[in-house]
Write a protein that binds this ligand. Structure first.
Ligand code: HEC
Length: 231
């Protein structure tokens, strides 16, 4: 009887041990899975901030493609953020800030009757014209683009807000020409290289002229890409 009782107790202890061990194993598995999920999530966030996503998005757009009536309408709504300090009607009157009618294409710090900061006057030496790209940069963070400016406005982080606003400002009596469509970047050389490789692979007599034809358009395209930013 006592042996049987001992066996029962020992069996119970063993079983309890097994159950505890099993639970720990199970919780380990669950815990590890959670760790993996967290790690994956953190990496995704890091990629977003470190991978240049924001920086890449901040390259000014192809203005020829975005100065659309839809953006003019959206920009009119965004311009409510400027209205406390700027008049935007054709009277071009100054208030806290200079009148913004025809500002697109205007020389910085050049609106008659407005008392600009020294910072903005200095800026006009480096940036002769408020063109699309200059406004795109300035409106992102005025205090960073023109350190010491009197425009105490934090800026518009979202590229789409700035694009729409600039489309709207352009509609306000601006005579600055709309830039020509941007040539397709990156894709042209890639296609050219692929075509050259493809042409080079079959060693036929026609391969050489084909490669030459593919290489020829690539060079002018690359030249066209570098030309507009300089202008
Ligand atoms: C808190 C007031 C305030 C707000 C809000 C504000 N601005 Fe200004 N802005 C100014 C002042 C002041 C200046 C003159 C800056 C200087 O002299 O340094 C200025 C200058 C400018 C200039 C340069 C004009 C020129 O003649 O060189 C532009 C462009 C401009 N603002 C656009 C905007 C836009 C677009 C918005 C809305 C997104 C905006 N501002 C919001 C106060 C403001």
């Amino acid at each position: 009887m006592s042996d049987l009782t001992f066996n029962k107790i020992a069996g119970g202890v063993l079983l309890t041990g097994l159950v505890i061990f099993g639970l720990r194993e199970a919780s380990d598995i669950v815990f590890k899975k959670h760790e993996l999920e967290k790690a994956g999530y953190e990496i995704a966030i890091q990629e977003e901030s470190a991978g240049g996503g924001a920086a890449a998005a901040d390259v000014p757009p192809d203005w020829n493609a975005v100065l659309t009536p839809a953006n003019v309408a959206a920009g009119a709504a965004v311009s409510a953020k400027c209205a406390a300090c700027h008049k935007m009607d054709a009277s071009n009157a100054n208030s806290t800030g200079p009148g913004l009618w025809d500002v697109v294409g205007r020389k910085p710090a050049a609106h008659a009757g407005f008392n600009y900061s020294g910072a903005m006057k200095d800026f006009s030496g480096k940036t002769p014209v408020w063109d699309y790209d200059a406004l795109y940069l300035f409106l992102k963070a005025p205090g960073k683009d023109v350190p010491g400016t009197n425009m105490t406005f934090v800026g518009l982080k979202k590229p789409e807000d700035r694009i729409a606003l600039i489309a709207y400002l352009h509609s306000l009596g601006s005579t600055l020409p709309i830039p020509a469509p941007r040539p397709v970047a990156a894709a042209a050389p890639a296609e050219g290289a692929a075509a050259t490789e493809a042409a080079a692979n079959p060693p036929t007599g026609e391969a050489a002229p084909a490669a030459g034809a593919a290489a020829a358009p690539a060079a002018p395209a690359a030249g066209g890409n570098t030309a507009p930013p300089k202008v």
